[in-house]
Ligand binder design. Sequence first.
Ligand code: SF4
Ligand code: SF4
Length: 324
Amino acid sequence: MKNAEVFKAWGRILTGYYPSISIEITRECPLRCPGCYAYEPEHLGEVGPLRSLVDHSGDELIDRFLDLVRRYRPLVVFIVGGEPLVKFRELNVLLPRISDMGIGVQLVTSAVRPIPRAWARIKDLRVVVSVDGLQPEHDERRKPATYERILQNIDGHRINVHCTVTRQMVGREGYFHDFLSFWSARPEVKKVWFSFFTPQLGGKDKENLSSEDRENVLRELVDLRRAFPKFYLPDTVVEGYRKPPQSPDDCIFARTTLSFTADLKSKITPCQFGGKPDCAQCGCMASAGLKAVGDHRLLGVVPLRVLYNASDAIGKATAKIKTF
Ligand code: SF4
Ligand code: SF4
């Protein structure tokens, strides 16, 4: 994050707003990825399973989505699913409108269908394609969004590749090297980054990594940075992965990002994962990056987290006064 962006975000916090909002734009997804948190029963708690929610379409979706953005006036909107491309027609209208409002968008997709060509010209739109490992594992987990389809569907775009490291990828020599070689060589790819699978408290998913697995992968990734300039893994994030927040209250990302599900009114708590995520094993890159920022000591004395907590309290009090 650049200094100017940090000050802007801080300004939002001080005035009682959230710097970012995350929206599950649809309940639908043609994939059935193992370990997907969005369709787990605990994701939305009492709000109900994601597939049981109302799924808005057409003008209604566009209007409700823009109402949310206008109400919260974030600096960034994360669009997730379900699969956002299910709503590509509505996004064809929404994305340029949000860009005209001066708000950045990060859209996370499986690239199961072609990404509309016009999106490549939208200012401050970042398209992130999820790729779960090398082709054999990925195709098995994420069909019909196979490698072959992704390569066809990102044609003409500049995208970022995001890979969630799972247990299935560890202990195999050269795995991450080969992954980085493949995706770094693609002209459509701007950056590649990794997060780690985040379990729910007490979760027994096959994707879970042991702390030893996680440390081994981290060390391997740190060593690979020099060989692959498109690989994005700042030291702050490495630090955050090593010492994740211990609870949602300790997580600056969760506290600065408001998450909404597909009915466009129910909130997902405590963070985008919903349910009761195991923060101590959090693999979210944004959370890791902000954890390290929070731990940073201003003038070597005051941790920025303390300053953040004070600013957040002022902001929330200001928001209450405004609604009086
Ligand atoms: S593409 Fe995303 S939302 Fe769809 S099943 Fe896979 S992980 Fe879940
Ligand atoms: S993003 Fe990670 S650390 Fe933050 S609340 Fe969610 S699971 Fe916990």
